[in-house]
Ligand binder design. Structure first.
Ligand code: GLP
Length: 250
């Protein structure tokens, strides 16, 4: 595990984008796993900049998003599809048929989970954030975790946290489809991003606490190629000796 912390947002975002750019330079047909939430948005912005400068092309890549709300169609302003479209897909040259996201209004969700799992080729690089309660994708804390794509009931805590995107809490969907922990851990490399003081404890628990279904992020400790990008606040519980110098490492 390589942990880096940054005093500037821009440096963190540039470091995250650099991991993607380096991969695309080596493998223009790379498969990217993408995440919603505020944490990765700055990285997407840097990637859009790099595309506009002609540094990289997304023509040959494929993308798979982690999750989608159940009950929201693609055009719904709060769907994760729309989130990605507005912040990333519309600004780069990813052919739309190569960007996959679970279908939140599928007629049969069991079938949809099976379909998504079949589509999921081996992800080269997964970009990942974390919820305040330790969820990754929408794998919520509890007595068990699922390995494959599945339907999940969102916790009250998650619905409240995500209600900032909706007009009221009762508009936040109660369920979602998410890749499972196994899908996430199968990625060749994971770039895990977290920002802010309110993430400091869960980031510490995830990276150094016991591996437990009560903290889905703790399963990241099992991944052999994990790059952790934190701002100073999110890194504040971590011993400085465990944090690497970006200049020498990336
Ligand atoms: N399903 C997503 C997660 O993938 C994301 O990690 C989390 C944190 O979002 P933020 O980065 O805005 O804190 O939000 C959502 O619930």
């Amino acid at each position: 595990m390589h942990i880096f912390s940054f005093s500037s947002e821009e440096e963190l975002n540039k470091a995250g984008a650099k991991v993607v750019i380096d991969l695309l330079m080596k493998k223009p047909s790379a498969i990217l796993g993408l995440a919603t939430g505020q944490s990765p948005v700055g990285i997407y912005k840097q990637l859009v900049k790099a595309y506009k400068k002609g540094i990289i092309s997304f023509q040959l890549i494929k993308t798979f998003n982690l999750d989608e709300y159940i009950g929201l169609n693609k055009e719904h302003p709060q769907s994760f599809y729309m989130f990605m479209k507005q912040r990333f897909f519309d600004h780069v040259n990813i052919p739309s048929e190569r960007s996959y996201i679970p279908d939140g209004i599928a007629p049969d969700f069991n079938e949809e989970c099976i379909r998504y799992d079949r589509l999921l080729n081996k992800i080269d690089l997964q970009i990942l954030g974390i919820g305040h309660n330790g969820h990754i994708g929408f794998n919520e804390p509890g007595n068990y975790l699922s390995s494959r794509t599945h339907v999940v009931e969102l916790t009250e805590e998650t619905r409240i946290a995500n209600s900032k995107y909706f007009s009221s809490l009762n508009k936040v969907p109660t369920h979602a489809i998410t890749m499972g922990i196994g899908n996430i851990l199968k990625a060749q490399k994971i770039v895990f991003v977290a920002r802010g003081k309110e993430k400091a404890e869960i980031v510490f628990q995830s990276l150094f606490g016991p591996i437990t279904t009560e903290c889905p992020g703790s399963f990241l400790q099992l991944h052999p190629n994990l790059v952790v990008l934190l701002d100073k606040e999110a890194a504040s519980y971590i011993d400085e000796g465990k944090i690497q110098n970006i200049e020498t490492a990336l």
